[in-house]
Design a protein around this ligand. Structure first.
Ligand SMILES: [Zn+2]
Length: 332
């Protein structure tokens, strides 16, 4: 069973007044679903599958390592996914990458009775000399329009080199964070077959490296529109634990241990910290591809609200779980 950690939730709890403005959900039907203004029957599956045990069994059987690997290869092929990178080219930059992710969401929806409502969440804020930015989203309407809130499954799509706004360098960002983004995509593909009480939002967010701006923007949008959040499952730097390099005990088994087959959970606030092993999920290593932001060493647990990535390795002992980090190894 897939496990995750939270980061947007932290952002929601802690964000200050922000410069993000002009929020826009490009799919108006998706926006109405987020606000609870919809008829569940309009999005019901032809054959409803809502048994948790059956869903769990099928999810484990249907997750495809080959799909995950091919998605990572595709995302890395765009070269540089810096938030300020090219939006016009069809082969380089964040624009091409996000259009590809959107096309995949649309294809997944077509495979599942058009039950995913796909589009962009757009906002304005100067980041790396670019004023307008877009998260990519796919919304799976819940069977109850008045539940206890929507569930967000997210991962940041942007990458970087050591210089925060370098849009010319090779920043394939395979591990950080194509790995988390493709998990969000694969979950959208898998989960859109089933019926869940809560609406689920699958989202690839932008501006993470410069300060969690895409996640923050959506958190503010939800608060401004009284959209309750049930949970945020955030996936960042998934698919490989190098204890002492990308993690620290007790979230890994011990210094110098390497594990790409476990799922680590980081619960925050009132939740209890735990870890679980699920057996082999997938391997994200792709020969010849850089693992981190693209040529830069990957780093430490991160995604604490208002604390952007630091461009060098860090490791540290933790007496208690960090407030967000990688969860797969997968999550954020
Ligand atoms: Zn990251």
């Amino acid at each position: 069973m897939l496990k995750f950690t939270h980061s947007l939730f932290i952002v929601l709890l802690a964000f200050p007044l922000s410069a993000q403005t002009n929020f826009l959900v490009t799919n108006t039907l998706a926006e109405q679903v987020l606000k609870g203004n919809y008829t569940p029957a309009d999005y019901a599956a032809g054959a409803v599958i809502d048994d948790p045990a059956l869903i769990a069994t099928e999810i484990n059987a249907r997750i495809s390592p080959d799909s995950l690997k091919s998605y990572i290869a595709a995302l890395s092929s765009f070269g540089n996914r810096n938030t300020g990178s090219d939006t016009v080219s069809s082969s380089w930059g964040i624009g091409a990458a996000r259009r590809w992710v959107l096309s995949q969401f649309q294809a997944f929806s077509a495979e599942n009775e058009d039950r995913l409502l796909t589009g962009y969440f757009q906002f304005d804020r100067p980041i790396c000399s670019v004023g307008r930015h877009r998260n990519i989203m796919a919304v799976l309407p819940g069977t109850d329009p008045d539940p206890n809130g929507v569930i967000i499954v997210e991962g940041h799509i942007d990458s970087r080199c050591e210089a925060l706004c370098d849009t010319a360098c090779l920043a394939e960002g395979v591990e950080d964070n194509a790995s988390g983004t493709v998990l969000v995509m694969e979950l959208a593909r898998i989960l859109s077959k089933y019926s869940f009480k809560n609406t689920i939002v699958f989202m690839a967010v932008i501006g993470e490296e410069q300060g969690l701006y895409g996640a923050e923007a959506f958190a503010i949008y939800c608060q401004n529109n009284n959209i309750p959040l049930r949970a945020v499952l955030n996936n960042d730097v998934i698919g490989g634990v190098f204890c002492g390099e990308t993690s620290s005990p007790p979230s890994c088994s011990g210094y110098n241990s390497i594990d790409s087959t476990s799922v680590r959970l980081f619960f925050i606030r009132r939740f209890q910290f735990t870890t679980q092993t699920t057996g082999a999920l997938y391997q994200t290593a792709i020969p010849g591809k850089s693992p981190g932001h693209g040529g830069c060493p990957d780093e430490r647990p991160h995604h604490v609200a208002r604390r952007p990535h630091r461009p060098r390795r860090r490791s540290y002992s933790v007496q208690e779980p960090r407030l967000s980090c990688h969860a797969f190894h997968s999550s954020q």
